[in-house]
Design a protein around this ligand. Structure first.
Ligand SMILES: [Zn+2]
Length: 187
């Protein structure tokens, strides 16, 4: 049995369980008010936010890239996400408490790219002399850099709570590096 066969078998089990309990995946307008967070995380298979933070279906939008970093591409996706909500006529979180979480981790593969400045400057759309500000090899510093960047990004709702977390990869325990606070102070 191939890897895909085994995944498809698990999918049939998933669909059968949904069917048996009368559960349906909700439509987007129904789902959006129930989502509680956007989580920016690393693509690393060891630190899936669904596992590390016990995210249940429909609870969070999880956006993953190499490093769980706030890149120009990630910001573009956040903009698209906001527009999807507008077009669907629903605010994520239904106007209640909503979290934007940056979750990075120790022993991240991105640290192995520290010797590839050309790749990293393209990834962050920055100059080589600016790369050290991205703190590639230090997840605690990097998460603080990325939270600061999100705070400085126009268009994100001021009232959203933002926090920065680092997962210790051997233990799986998450450390709060940037405690949750409103994205921007009320003017
Ligand atoms: Zn990683």
């Amino acid at each position: 049995m191939s890897n895909l066969d085994s995944m498809l078998e698990r999918n049939r089990d998933f669909a059968a369980r949904q069917s048996a309990t009368g559960t349906r995946i909700p439509s987007l307008p129904q789902a959006l008010p129930k989502v509680k967070a956007v989580i920016i995380g690393c693509a690393d298979m060891r630190v899936d936010p669904a596992h590390v933070l016990g995210i249940k279906p429909g609870e969070a939008v999880v956006m993953r890239n190499i490093g769980g970093r706030v890149t120009p591409g990630l910001l573009e996706e956040l903009g698209l996400l906001g527009r999807i909500g507008e077009v669907a006529g629903q605010a994520p979180g239904g106007g209640g408490e909503f979290h934007l979480v940056v979750l990075q981790h120790t022993d991240c593969g991105i640290t192995r790219l520290a010797g590839d400045p050309a790749m990293l400057t393209h990834y962050f759309l920055t100059q080589e002399e600016e790369l050290k500000k991205k703190k590639i090899t230090d997840p605690r510093a990097a998460v603080a850099v990325d939270v600061a960047l999100l705070r400085a990004t126009p268009g994100l709702p001021s009232e959203w709570l933002i926090s920065g977390l680092v997962c210790d990869t051997p233990t799986g325990l998450v450390e709060i590096v940037v405690p949750p606070a409103a994205l921007r102070r009320a003017a």
